[in-house]
Write a protein that binds this ligand. Structure first.
Ligand SMILES: Cc1cc2nc3c(=O)[nH]c(=O)nc-3n(C[C@H](O)[C@H](O)[C@H](O)COP(=O)(O)OP(=O)(O)OC[C@H]3O[C@@H](n4cnc5c(N)ncnc54)[C@H](O)[C@@H]3O)c2cc1C
Ligand SMILES: *[C@@H]1O[C@H](CO)[C@@H](O)[C@H](O)[C@H]1NC(C)=O
Ligand SMILES: *[C@@H]1O[C@H](CO)[C@@H](O)[C@H](O)[C@H]1NC(C)=O
Ligand SMILES: *[C@@H]1O[C@H](CO)[C@@H](O)[C@H](O)[C@H]1NC(C)=O
Length: 531
């Protein structure tokens, strides 16, 4: 595998700052190979509360994407934050002549090897999750959790206090450190912002092995850098997450449209009005014929009869998905509110699907699909996902071409589409989003399943993804990738645009040897090119 070189000095004068001095003096322009046999012994000599594993490392070379596999030298199962700090400090002190890198592995649900470290050390963050989750009720409730904690566990723990986090992902078997390194976007983001907008404080181990507490007030440059920072500036070992009173129940609603413009107007209105739903998403259905019953397995409706008899006729359909939270004793009021809101929408009237589920059932809905897919051997297949942020002014052009032309079906997996408001995204964080006030998340969540006809599902989907990206580029849509993946540093610079300088400056400040998260392929350790 080829990593792009750092090339920092050449491209950014701003980077000729104190932090580089060490590299400047000691660095040769060429990578110096490490004597690999010595690596385990130096790690073995470290005193840690947990342990290193040098043999059972294969699981750390895999991820949900199921396409990239890089074997690490060792896996650290940390029992304490100091295990992580000790390990990183040790590798930092080996200097630029060692090739050793470090990747935090959350739940390994990356798509293209982002949590892997070729011949490096993978830190199994879930080993750090402990019994010490601390819920603080009160006026501004929050919970302190380990960076390796799964969101599903935080939900269950905080519910004991009648509380829950505000902003979610669609799937909860992901770690805090993993989603905060990206953004964490779901149907609550239009109102609360992404998960990175709902964190008060972090504890981070930097690329020099320093343990730093940071927040908006304290070490704020590191705090903002780490949020959406693709693991480049430090390893999140603890996070303080904002909570709110949790509802008991959820009204879960789906309605269909045949016209994209009408669908988009309704979505945009719903995210703008004061009193609205608690969750707003949507998805696209292309080339389905026959009756649309049971068309998304995780949905668990007591379908009105007419809805399950809606005939799609092969037309492209847009499904608006909504949820309203409530408590048992508020049923009348919530029904009235929903009726009012729905009366302002222009969906096809016979397509109202409604169900009522518990809050946990709603939030953990994708896990139900996971279990079904696992039982059929369809979970551990390649996932060539593509996630895009698209400015509102260009969403119709995008929809016309992509849903009308490039995609011929959506049977490979759901295609999500919903708008969010930029004002809820803190522009000091590392996340890269489009320029406009409103932008859409469009997520192509495909699975490459070997087909009976023998065609290569993966190649087909990758070709389609390429066509989508090429269209975005030639039509100048101002699109940004979410969960971005590039293989050349020039592409990363284009991705970051004017934000690249800040990103590269933070890299030099917090991980000057580029030890961390090598699987993102943004910087390469210990290669500095001059001139
Ligand atoms: C089924 C499914 C549904 C999803 N739904 C959503 C969704 O609705 N919204 C959304 O926003 N995303 C969603 N995602 C994407 C998800 O946010 C990413 O996969 C993310 O990588 C989280 O996974 P993880 O915890 O396993 O982290 P990993 O994949 O293990 O790590 C991701 C990156 O972060 C780094 N990292 C991991 N832990 C830490 C840490 N503690 N400190 C610093 N860096 C760290 C890793 O080195 C790697 O570079 C979904 C993914 C899947 C598989
Ligand atoms: C986005 O949010 C801001 C701040 O809450 C608000 O002023 C603006 O009207 C919102 N934009 C839309 C289109 O809803
Ligand atoms: C619908 O999908 C089938 C294969 O599943 C394909 O043969 C057909 O061309 C598609 N129709 C359209 C209109 O794209
Ligand atoms: C961030 O937003 C604030 C206020 O909206 C603005 O003043 C500032 O210039 C923005 N900063 C960047 C780096 O875009």
């Amino acid at each position: 595998m080829r990593y792009p070189p750092v090339s920092l000095l050449r491209q950014n004068n701003i980077l000729l700052i104190r932090g580089i001095t060490l590299l400047f003096l000691s660095c040769v322009t060429i990578r110096i190979s490490l004597c690999f046999s010595s690596v385990p012994s130096t790690l073995k000599a470290l005193s840690v509360d947990g342990h290193f594993n040098f043999d059972e490392v294969h699981h750390a070379a895999r991820d949900f994407g199921n396409r990239y596999q890089f074997l690490p030298e060792a896996v650290l199962h940390p029992k304490s934050v100091s295990d992580i700090a000790t390990t990183i400090k040790h590798i930092w002190q080996m200097g630029p002549h060692s090739e050793l890198t470090v990747a935090a592995r959350g739940h390994g649900h990356s798509l293209q090897g982002q949590s892997q470290a070729h011949r490096g050390v993978v830190i199994n963050m879930e080993s750090l999750q402990g019994p010490d989750m601390q819920v603080h009720p009160g006026n501004s409730p929050y919970v302190d959790v380990s960076g390796g904690e799964l969101w599903i566990n935080i939900l269950h723990e905080s519910l004991k206090y009648g509380l829950a986090p505000k902003s979610w992902t669609d799937y909860l078997h992901l770690t805090v450190g993993g989603t905060l390194s990206n953004a964490g976007v779901s149907g609550q983001a239009f109102w609360h912002g992404p998960q990175i907008s709902n964190v008060h404080q972090l504890e981070v181990v930097t690329g020099k092995g320093e343990v730093v507490t940071c927040s908006e007030k304290q070490n704020s440059d590191l705090f903002h850098g780490v949020l959406g920072g693709l693991g480049q500036f430090g390893i999140i070992t603890r996070a303080r997450i904002a909570l709110e009173p949790a509802p008991c129940k959820v009204k879960w609603i789906r309605v269909l449209y045949t016209d994209f413009a009408t669908f988009a107007i309704d979505q945009e209105n719903l995210i703008s009005v004061e009193k609205t739903f608690d969750y707003i998403e949507g998805f696209v259905i292309i080339n389905r014929t026959g009756l649309l019953n049971n068309w998304r397995s995780s949905f668990n409706p007591q379908d009105p009869v007419q809805a399950s008899q809606f005939n799609s006729d092969g037309r492209t359909l847009f499904c608006l998905e909504l949820a309203k939270y409530f408590h048992q004793d508020e049923t009348d009021r919530v029904n009235q509110e929903i009726e009012n809101l729905l009366s302002q929408l222009s969906y096809i009237t016979s397509t109202l699907f409604q169900s009522e589920v518990t809050y946990v059932e709603f939030l953990d809905r994708v896990h139900v699909s996971e279990l079904k897919l696992r039982s059929r051997g369809l979970w551990e297949v390649p996932h060539p996902w593509l996630n895009l942020f698209i400015p509102k002014s260009k969403i119709k052009d995008f929809a016309n071409e992509v849903f009308g032309n490039i995609l011929t079906e959506t049977s490979n997996g759901p295609v999500l589409i919903y708008p969010v408001n930029k004002s809820k995204w803190d522009n000091r964080t590392s996340i890269v989003i489009p320029e406009e006030d409103i932008f859409y998340l469009v997520a192509f969540l495909t699975s490459a399943v070997p087909s009976s006809s023998g065609t290569d599902g993966l190649e087909h989907i990758l070709t389609q993804n390429k066509r989508i990206l090429e269209f975005c580029e030639t039509a100048h849509l101002g699109v940004k990738q979410y969960l971005p993946h590039y293989s050349a540093q020039e592409e990363w610079q284009t991705h970051f645009g004017p934000r690249w300088e800040v990103f590269a400056r933070r890299k030099l400040a917090y991980d000057p040897l580029a030890l961390l998260a090598p699987g993102q392929r943004i910087f390469q350790k210990a290669i500095i090119t001059f001139s």
